[in-house]
Design a protein around this ligand. Structure first.
Ligand SMILES: Cc1cc2nc3c(=O)[nH]c(=O)nc-3n(C[C@H](O)[C@H](O)[C@H](O)COP(=O)(O)OP(=O)(O)OC[C@H]3O[C@@H](n4cnc5c(N)ncnc54)[C@H](O)[C@@H]3O)c2cc1C
Length: 392
């Protein structure tokens, strides 16, 4: 079998499909979530949703090569897939890896078809970088659990049907050992979602309050008090998917992309060309690094902490790109409604969401380079004896 020819055919078919089906700018308005859901269903019907996911659970059972071929064609479009990015990149792969067959059967196909939207409920007001210090409690209640507490910075939760929730189930053991992972119904009456606006003006993330929210035990992911290892699975997928841009829009509408800057700047100026070459090199280097990580994943070698290096490189690329674009465009780029103003204001969020740049550097230093780890006192002390937030 000639893989190259097949891949070329695959890519040509993807190109044709996108040309026919990708939404165009002049399509009528209406409810953007309904349109996004409709697009995901068509994407799935055409075989381009869950390209590498197991066929048994609604995926296509193909390889990273096909996924990359589709992504290469899709980057010229702005596909309405952002609202599914947490499900496709983080919570879905966690259910694939760590869920029960019943959970896979129930959740994965509707996720891939865009019928259900997911969010990730890890961070709390007192637990972001140190997420294992979280205080939301899940307490046994007959055949299920009752949850009380608060989460924050939860992306797309205002649209979500399901959330992957990390909660504390034991305070008498060290903090990492008393956590359990659940799937929570975001439409449960005890769940309150309040959107938060960031400095770019968007309200993409939320704070969430849980008041006596019931979760059946069938919606527990992994063993009781083994939630940290499930969370690590999610975080590894999160860093890989963020750096690879899973569910993100393509570059077409990005006013700081190389293509856009080549159109808008005076490229006869050698200093401008120098800067654009630097942007090209950084973008290409990250793409090649991501490609290598994806190939390793396909070959069954999970890249682990090196995903944190990729996520760090992406966050730095965003900041570099936004700074370069506004600097070369001039002061008008940050006044009024200039599209670069949004790019500049949104870029720092990439250095926080999915783990901050400092935390990514700690992980790379500790687990990739083998440097001495940070001194830790909280690995042996029971959670209830730690001075965490308002915890007594
Ligand atoms: C756009 C966006 C989307 C997000 N979406 C989600 C989501 O969907 N779900 C979710 O659960 N969370 C989400 N988050 C939250 C995100 O994971 C946290 O903001 C992040 O982990 C940092 O936590 P924090 O904000 O509490 O900052 P803190 O942990 O309080 O950190 C404050 C500062 O201290 C530094 N710092 C902390 N500890 C160390 C250390 N050990 N060494 C060196 N420096 C350190 C940090 O780097 C940072 O600069 C999102 C955040 C953003 C910005």
């Amino acid at each position: 079998m000639n893989l190259a020819v097949n891949l070329a055919d695959y890519r040509r078919a993807a190109r044709d499909w996108l040309r026919e089906n990708a939404p165009s700018d002049d399509e009528p308005g209406g409810d953007p979530i309904a349109r996004a859901k409709d697009f995901m269903a068509r994407l799935h019907d055409a075989g381009y949703s869950g390209i590498t996911w197991p066929e048994r659970w609604g995926g296509q059972g193909l390889t990273q090569a096909e996924e990359r071929a589709f992504a290469a064609e899709a980057k010229d479009y702005t596909l309405p897939t952002y609202v599914f990015s947490i499900g496709l990149g983080m919570t879905g792969p966690t259910i694939v890896d760590r869920g029960t067959d019943e959970q896979r059967e129930r959740f994965l196909r509707p996720l891939l078809r865009g019928e259900e939207i997911w969010c990730q409920l890890f961070s709390e007001p007192g637990a972001g970088s140190d997420v294992a210090a979280l205080q939301t409690r899940a307490v046994r209640d007959g055949a299920g659990w009752v949850v009380n507490g608060q989460k924050v910075w939860t992306s797309v939760a205002q649209h979500a049907d399901w959330g992957l929730l990390l909660a504390r189930t034991d305070v008498d053991v060290p903090k990492h050992r008393g956590l359990t992972m659940f799937v929570v119904d975001m439409r449960h009456p005890g769940v309150t979602v309040r959107p938060l606006r960031d400095m770019s003006g968007r309200a993409n993330f939320n704070e969430i309050f849980f008041d006596d929210v019931h979760i059946p035990d069938e919606h527990r992911v992994g063993e009781v008090n083994d939630g940290w290892s499930v969370a690590v699975t999610t975080l590894l997928h999160e860093r890989l998917s963020i750096s690879a841009g899973v569910g993100m829009s393509g570059q077409r509408d990005n006013p700081a992309s190389l293509e856009a800057l080549r159109r808008t700047l005076d490229t006869s100026d050698p200093l401008v060309r120098d800067e654009l070459v630097e942007l090209h090199i950084r973008t290409r280097a990250l793409a090649l690094f991501n490609q290598r990580l994806a190939q390793e994943t396909s070959a069954g070698q999970f890249p682990g902490a090196r995903g944190s290096a990729a996520k760090l490189l992406l966050a730095e690329l965003y900041l570099f790109q936004a700074d370069l674009a506004t600097r070369l465009t001039g002061p008008e780029s940050v006044v009024g409604d200039h599209p670069l103003g949004f790019t500049l204001a949104a870029a720092p969020g990439m250095a926080l969401g999915g783990g901050t740049n400092e935390i990514m550097r700690n992980i790379v230093g500790d687990r990739v380079l083998g440097l001495p780890p940070e001194p830790r006192v909280d690995k042996t002390v029971p959670f209830k004896d730690l001075k965490v937030g308002t915890q007594a």
